[in-house]
Design a protein around this ligand. Structure first.
Ligand SMILES: [Zn+2]
Length: 413
């Protein structure tokens, strides 16, 4: 970087520390976070725009699971989002533990409420439906959890055309009790409704000098999951691109750089999907998306996930050599907002640092480090500055066929 000394890890810490609250998309927490991002930008004179959008989600009204035979006990459960509702009074059926839901076990699932080990995703849901299961329970947590960690995790299915059976998640320790005590019959109640919420993206644009029509994006999502305040996932990423926004305001690039803080990433990349819809006509000018998701913890290593031609991995690795900051690359699709750009044919990357506690209440500021934030901001800043000022963009714009197939499946499958 031309002026590496302008990158300040402590300033990123101070900024991220203002967001020590849950920011679930569509809630007042997320709205407040958007306001804080705007204030920060205005504080150093960067113009920004807010782009609100509406999304559909679910509201869980009730989720209950009661073993009725050979003993009677109600257990604490969390309902699965988007699996529909049981009749009001619930369903009562024989109960069976079917472990991993293998094909042998599934032959016994018909008309039963079945318990499986892993969180139920689309594929397992369809298997359970095909096997004629009446309902499902999945196991979360560990044998050593205590206190708050005994609350079963919340899961949601993708939007499915049909939801013939409903399900809940239960804690590991309760699952052990249920099987040990020989539960043979149970009752399941799930009640949820669809509702509309508003989320928003914040966009700050730094106009390029002589190559302004070519656009680069630096992006990070600012929403969190409901379980915790998401410092590592992803206020750290937000702080890194904020630091780079300050930098490029002082060190104006040849190409235009758009800085985007996305809402509702945790609900299925909804912020970036809204962005590519609203800005459809400009997408042809986009050269490369640089996303950050999961960053800032001290202990960890940096992986740059590149969705685009393999040559991009080599060029990014070369840039990391220039600045001497360790990283590796992985050439694949990536479960974050960079996928959305790639899906639109724009080469994209996500900078990702390994870390602890994603999507839990343990994902707090305590684990972030100014050293790590400065290091990632310097690496990403160097990449962005090189690309923003290079005479001719060196990245092939063509998305490999194989990724295009995987992205279609990811977004439409
Ligand atoms: Zn994230």
């Amino acid at each position: 970087m031309r002026n590496q000394k302008q990158i300040d890890g402590q300033r990123q810490m101070d900024f991220a520390s203002k967001f020590n609250f849950v920011r679930e998309a569509g809630t007042s927490g997320e709205e407040k976070a958007a306001q804080l991002i705007r204030e920060e930008l205005e504080g150093f004179g960067a113009d920004c725009q807010e782009e609100p959008f509406i999304f559909e989600t679910f509201r869980m009204k009730e989720a209950r699971f009661v073993v009725t035979e050979p003993y009677e006990k109600e257990y604490t459960v969390t309902g699965y989002g988007r699996c529909g509702s049981t009749p009001l009074e619930g369903i009562e059926a024989p109960f069976l533990y079917i472990e991993n839901g293998d094909d042998i076990s599934l032959t016994y699932a018909k008309d039963k409420i079945v318990m499986v080990n892993a969180p139920v995703k689309k594929e397992m849901y369809e298997k359970l439906a095909a096997a004629g299961a009446a309902g499902f329970v999945s196991i979360s947590g560990t044998p050593v959890d205590e206190g708050e960690d005994l609350i079963p995790r919340a899961y949601r299915l993708p939007v499915l055309a049909e939801t013939p059976l409903q399900g809940v998640s239960i804690h590991y320790q309760d699952a052990v009790e249920i099987v040990t005590k020989g539960a043979s019959r149970a009752k399941l109640v799930v009640s949820q409704e669809n509702t509309e919420r508003t989320s928003r993206n914040i966009i700050a644009r730094i106009e390029g000098t002589d190559k302004a029509e070519e656009i680069l994006t630096l992006t990070a999502h600012f929403d969190s999951v409901p379980e915790g305040p998401g410092a590592y996932d992803n206020m750290a990423g937000c702080a890194i691109i904020m630091e780079l926004c300050r930098y490029f305001k002082e060190n104006r690039p040849r190409r235009t750089i758009e800085f985007i803080w996305f809402g509702a990433e945790e609900k299925g990349l909804l912020g970036s999907r809204n962005y590519v819809n609203v800005h459809q006509e400009e997408l042809a000018h986009h050269q490369f998306n640089m996303n950050v998701d999961l960053a800032g913890q001290l202990v960890g290593g940096t992986v740059i996930g590149v969705t685009g031609a393999e040559a991009i991995c080599q060029m990014l690795t070369y840039m990391a050599h220039e600045i001497g900051i360790g990283m590796t690359t992985r050439n694949s699709i990536w479960g974050s907002d960079s996928n959305t750009f790639a899906w639109k044919g724009i080469p994209a990357m996500t900078l990702n640092r390994d870390g602890f506690g994603m999507h839990t209440r343990h994902d707090t500021m305590d684990l972030l480090s100014p050293w790590s934030l400065a290091r990632s901001a310097t690496l990403l800043g160097h990449i962005a500055e090189s690309l923003a000022n290079i005479e001719i963009m060196p990245f092939p714009k063509k998305m490999p066929e194989e990724f295009m197939k995987q992205l279609d499946e990811y977004f439409e499958g």
